[in-house]
Design a protein around this ligand. Structure first.
Ligand code: FEO
Ligand code: CA
Ligand code: CA
Ligand code: CA
Length: 644
């Protein structure tokens, strides 16, 4: 989530460390996009690309692998760029028709019913479920793509400067959720298949079952659903995951932003801990369930992990409450060697936590049905990172330690609904906004993207979050003991501290050979290739980073550990999401989210970006089209694995 929403999102809600100190306000003003615009092209203290890092004797800047791709130069403009020797082609865009009988997209004639039959807005997570080829030489699969949120000013004509109407709010709801779409690669080129029997939209209007220990809790009951077992819709689906049995997981992240009103009853403290109500949308004006004064339990029905079977378009999506309720960034999983499945998830808020869920049952790949409902039973753990490099995964189990009736937890349902408060009581380590948490099944290691936390002060530091006013974030590597992802005692270290290494006050730390183009800020999502290299997608400020968001490859092994190179660059205003490799490593799917957002932050535009007057019309560059979030397929010219 970017710009304005992300600034709101930075406000900590963890009461143990969650104040916003004066120094934080000062730094925030200094580092905010808009106040730093002047500095980008002027004389901001941190500006000025340095001469490049001092490379170690054996490693030249940007050239630390023989045969590897040549990196891009940093910069910002209205289109995307990929490293020489690679192609990036648009595969599918917001508004593209998914079903038979749906015509070409006309942005001047939008309706909720029409949007529900098209690819949604603001593509974020990208999953890929392979399908058998139907002809020689082709490659097929299902792309599972999240649509995190809507930006009315950019996607709807005539809205800039006024409130959205009831009908426009319904279009926004229909543009949320996820898309499942069949894709095929023929003669080297990817395309999607309109009308495929697998194509499906899930939106903020789709009926979804609640399952697992919290389902049926009185705290999940509302006037529309007295049983507490059926929710309308999913919200703010940021990243996600594909399970070992091929299910698509959509994480619900900043659900707080959709609610407004005031609540004074028993849920007041719970809602405060989650930042409810955020008041970012006016949906509650027309739809009572988003008004917490009228429906105080409705927010408890969001903040979960949603599971969908992409192979069965009629299967009901399920919110799996056993995985806890927080601002789930994603839900990447791994099949552990003992057969259990481990799902990692970050809670993306300043001073919140890193979690993993270990299933009680085992998955047998010879029997895909053994994955059915596996996510309804298991143990949720939260991470405590110790100063000596050890760490402990602390179980959130009702009746253990402080998680008792005396502390207001009547049962496991309460522990899950109030996951954050349970984790506070267990003494979890408050982190610098955990985004993607990605296990590498080949190495037994897990990588945690910590995007930034400008509210952290010198008094809040801990070994795993060692910088005050961390504007650029860092990446932690966890080594699960003996490669056992279910282990409860592990070790950790910091792989890189992000930011410009040429500016001492930033405190950045990169591997030798990282060039002036190789550093980045605000790591968000990540893919790991077969060699253990990270492909880190960023969601930061173009002004602070003096570069559009992009994808950087980061080495994790040997003398080049921590070396980073710029592979892909976004058009202005966008964050980059996905990224997702095909199993053969020859295609990288890249989601470009909110192109053309934050026009004030892009000096050649220098004013708000709107439907009528956007900072870029990427990717169509058609004067009748606003900018369109889109998924690209990146391949190597002439074939072969990406980045080789
Ligand atoms: Fe939606 Fe945490 O980025
Ligand atoms: Ca983000
Ligand atoms: Ca994200
Ligand atoms: Ca990922």
């Amino acid at each position: 989530m970017p710009s304005d929403f992300e600034d709101l999102d930075d406000n900590p809600s963890n009461p143990s460390v969650g104040r916003r100190p004066t120094i934080g306000d000062v730094i925030n003003r200094r580092y905010s996009r808009r106040s730093a615009v002047k500095g980008m092209f002027g004389t901001l203290a941190i500006a000025g690309i340095g001469p490049g890092l001092a490379a170690c004797a054996t490693v030249e800047p940007g050239e630390f692998r023989e045969k590897e791709f040549r990196e891009l130069d940093r910069g910002v403009d209205t289109t995307h760029h990929v490293a020489p020797g690679h192609h990036a082609e648009v595969l599918i865009r917001w508004g593209d028709p998914l079903f038979d009988g749906v015509g070409a997209f006309d942005p001047m004639r939008q309706s909720a019913e029409d949007q529900e039959r098209r690819f949604g807005y603001n593509n974020d997570y990208v999953g890929f479920v392979p399908l058998p080829a139907e002809a020689r030489g082709e490659q097929r699969g299902l792309l599972c793509v999240n649509h995190e949120y809507s930006i009315a000013d950019l996607m709807l004509p005539g809205v800039a400067g006024r409130e959205t109407t009831a009908a426009e709010c319904e279009i926004e709801k229909a543009a949320h959720g996820g898309s499942i779409v069949e894709v095929v690669r023929r003669r080297g080129t990817w395309s999607y298949i309109p009308g495929s029997r697998y194509n499906r939209r899930i939106t903020a209007r789709t009926g979804i079952a609640l399952t697992g220990p919290a389902a049926g809790s009185s705290r999940l009951a509302t006037s529309a659903d007295p049983t507490g077992r059926t929710v309308t819709g999913t919200l703010n689906n940021c990243a996600g995951g594909i399970t070992p049995w091929g299910a698509y997981l959509l994480a619900e992240e900043n659900f707080n932003g959709y609610f407004f009103g005031t609540v004074t009853g028993p849920e007041a403290a719970n809602h405060k801990r989650y930042g409810v109500p955020g008041g970012w949308y006016v949906w509650g004006k027309y739809d009572a369930r988003f008004d917490i004064g009228r429906e105080p339990n409705e927010p408890n029905r969001f903040g979960w992990i949603v599971e969908v079977d992409p192979m069965d378009p009629d299967s009901p999506p399920k919110k799996r409450t056993a995985l806890g309720r927080f601002k789930h960034e994603g839900a990447e999983s791994v099949h552990n060697r003992d057969g259990r499945v481990v799902v990692y998830s970050g809670d993306d808020q300043a001073f919140d936590y890193v979690y993993k869920f270990v299933t009680a049952g085992r998955f047998d790949p010879r029997n895909p049905d053994s994955g059915r409902d596996l996510l309804d039973e298991g143990t949720l753990y939260v991470a405590r990172f110790d100063a000596d490099g050890a760490m402990e995964w602390l179980p959130l189990i009702h009746g253990q330690g402080p998680l008792t009736a005396a502390n207001g937890f009547a049962g496991q349902a309460d522990v899950l609904i109030e996951t954050r408060r349970a984790a506070d009581l267990l003494g979890a380590t408050p982190m610098d906004r955990p985004e993607d948490v990605e296990p590498d099944p080949n190495s037994g290691r897990v990588y945690v993207m910590l995007t930034n936390n400008i509210a952290r002060t010198a008094g809040d530091l801990n070994a795993a979050n060692p910088r005050a006013n961390s504007a650029f974030g860092h990446i932690i590597e966890i080594v699960e003991t003996d490669g056992d992802f279910a282990s409860t005692r592990s070790t950790w270290s910091i792989l890189v501290r992000c930011g410009d290494p040429a500016v001492a006050e930033v405190g950045a730390l990169w591997g030798p050979g990282t060039s002036a183009n190789g550093w980045f800020g605000s790591p968000d999502t990540v893919a790991i290739d077969g060699e253990g290299r990270l492909w880190v997608a960023t969601d930061g400020s173009e002004v602070l980073n003096r570069c559009a968001n992009g994808i950087w490859s980061v080495e994790t092994k040997g003398v080049v550990r921590g070396c980073s190179k710029l592979f892909f660059r976004n058009p202005t205003g966008a964050e980059v999401c996905g990224p997702r490799f095909t199993p053969d490593g020859e295609t990288l799917f890249v989601a470009v989210q909110h192109p053309g957002d934050d026009g004030e932050g892009y000096p050649p535009h220098g004013r708000p970006s709107t439907f009528a007057d956007p900072s870029t019309r990427w990717p169509d560059f058609d004067p009748r089209m606003p900018p369109r979030p889109a998924v690209l397929a990146v391949t190597r010219t002439g074939g072969g694995r990406i980045g080789d």
